[in-house]
Design a protein around this ligand. Structure first.
Ligand SMILES: *Cc1c(COP(=O)(O)O)cnc(C)c1O
Length: 456
């Protein structure tokens, strides 16, 4: 088949949509390290986690062997309202770059929350409802996860309590209002509502908050409120499982036209979109059926993979969550205040961390000004206004396409376009006004943060 026969957008029919999520861990020889109790360092069991997470989600979290989990009918119904997401052939970008590479992107921004996060939010809300819970708590940074969860909770009639990192709460009032439109209550974090919030405020008066700190507050609220559990939008195995729908659709769309990917690229914050996008491809790689180059892209100002340590660490600043073995910058690490592009979590999915440590994927870091240059270029050529997070993947996809131009190789590049950037206009404004700067943490700064890793 010649290239021109491949449509700009490859859609799947409803009947071709995945009916089950794929659990990548089932095919991993070296399984991700288990979660540990932060005090005793014992392996966390389902029983230990039951006060924090929903029962069915705990099962998914701890299951390293079942390859497929059937997607419940009600979740499939919801998926059908905004999925399948298109796989777009970036013909215009290829032409502009004059590259022989073939570029595809999976666009996850086609829903009100504006990102892939809804794929897991709806699943988590569903299982909370199944369990007869009243509501869930969570944290949100830039606001996409909070928005997605608000949508999912309103669909199932659940209460949704969001702790929003204070700096985002103030800088992104529109995201906050979208959440409230869907019935969520939104509290700037750190707050005086929780013990851990009070403690952090006493130690760091005037702090504008961090994801790690908002997580501590949300967990505390969940475990101290009857009928509530905590849900998380990234990092966890269960989230990667739900996000496998991205990769399964991508693979089905490519297979439909007989296209084999060479390079798969995704931005990496906590690792959920990347983990989801690569899952069926990595599965083939693990089973020795095919080979792919897989590249995680992270901000140079928050470089967990490329400069972090592979160690057990706290998932939150307040040190109330289980310990997870992951590439981490230390749970106290907070990106410099000028960092605008999202992907600011200090750690990384334990599944992706293990795969990276085993040499099965690569990682690279990019500076935010070059990320916004790529974002703007992409917007002007392909039309879509990308989220800054997504633009990390765009940047490296363009770089790889330009390498193909030099070598004349006709590689097929697939990247994840995780969402839209309508709520990131302060960051775009900074970029346009020439006020955006790059900050790369020094080795000394990172070392100071590593010294606070828990002693195992
Ligand atoms: C949350 C988010 C990310 C990063 O999170 P991952 O868990 O690493 O996928 C990337 N892009 C968008 C648009 C997001 O909202």
């Amino acid at each position: 088949m010649t290239n021109k026969e491949i449509p700009y957008k490859i859609y799947l029919d409803e009947s071709e949509m995945p009916k089950a999520w794929y659990n990548l861990r089932a095919d991993m020889k070296n399984k991700p390290a288990p979660l540990l109790n932060p005090e005793t360092h014992d392996v966390m069991t389902a029983k230990d986690l039951a006060g924090v997470f929903c029962d069915e989600l705990i099962k998914q979290e701890l299951d390293d062997t079942t390859p497929y989990f059937e997607i419940p009918e009600e979740i499939l119904k919801f998926y059908k309202m905004y999925r399948p997401a298109p796989l777009v052939r970036a013909y215009c970008l290829e032409e502009k770059l004059q590259t022989p590479a073939k570029i595809y992107y999976k666009f996850e921004g086609n829903n009100t929350s504006g990102s892939h996060k809804l794929n897991s939010a709806i699943a988590q809300a569903y299982y909370a409802k199944q369990q007869g819970l009243k509501g869930v708590t969570t944290e949100t940074g830039a606001g996409q996860w909070g928005t997605a969860l608000s949508m999912a909770c309103s669909y199932f009639g659940l209460d949704c309590k969001v702790y929003m990192v204070k700096v985002s709460y103030e800088q992104k009032p529109f995201r906050r209002e979208v959440m409230r439109t869907y019935g969520a209550s939104v509290t700037p974090s750190p707050s005086m509502e929780t013990e851990v919030g009070k403690k952090i405020l006493a130690e760091h008066p005037g702090t504008t908050g961090s994801l790690g700190c908002a997580i501590s507050e949300a967990v505390e609220k969940a475990v101290t409120t009857e009928g509530y559990r905590y849900v998380l939008g990234s990092v966890l195995n269960q989230v990667l499982l739900h996000q496998s729908v991205i990769g399964l659709e991508t693979k089905a769309a490519l297979d439909k036209y007989g296209v084999k990917a060479d390079i798969i690229i995704g931005c990496a914050g906590g690792g959920s979109n990347l983990g989801g996008l690569i899952s069926p491809f990595m599965g083939e790689k693990l089973r020795g059926e095919a080979d792919y180059r897989i590249i995680a892209v992270e901000p140079a100002s928050c470089p967990s993979f490329t400069r972090g340590k592979y160690a057990y660490d706290f998932c939150d600043t307040g040190m109330v969550c289980p310990l997870s073995k992951m590439y981490t910058l230390g749970s106290g690490f907070i990106p410099a205040p000028n960092h605008a592009g999202g992907l600011r979590y200090h750690g990384m999915s334990s599944t992706l961390s293990q795969l990276y440590d085993d040499g099965l994927m690569e990682a690279t870091s990019v500076k935010q000004t070059e990320v916004f240059e790529a974002a703007e270029k992409f917007a002007r050529i392909e039309g879509i206004l990308p989220a800054p997070e997504s633009a990390h993947a765009i940047k490296v996809a363009i770089d790889e396409a330009m390498k193909c131009k030099e070598t004349g190789e006709e590689k097929t590049i697939v990247f994840g376009l995780t969402g839209t950037g309508y709520f990131d206009m302060f960051a775009y404004e900074k970029f346009h006004d020439g006020k955006m700067t790059d900050y790369v943490p020094t080795d000394e700064e990172l070392q100071k943060s590593f010294e606070k890793l828990p002693k195992m």
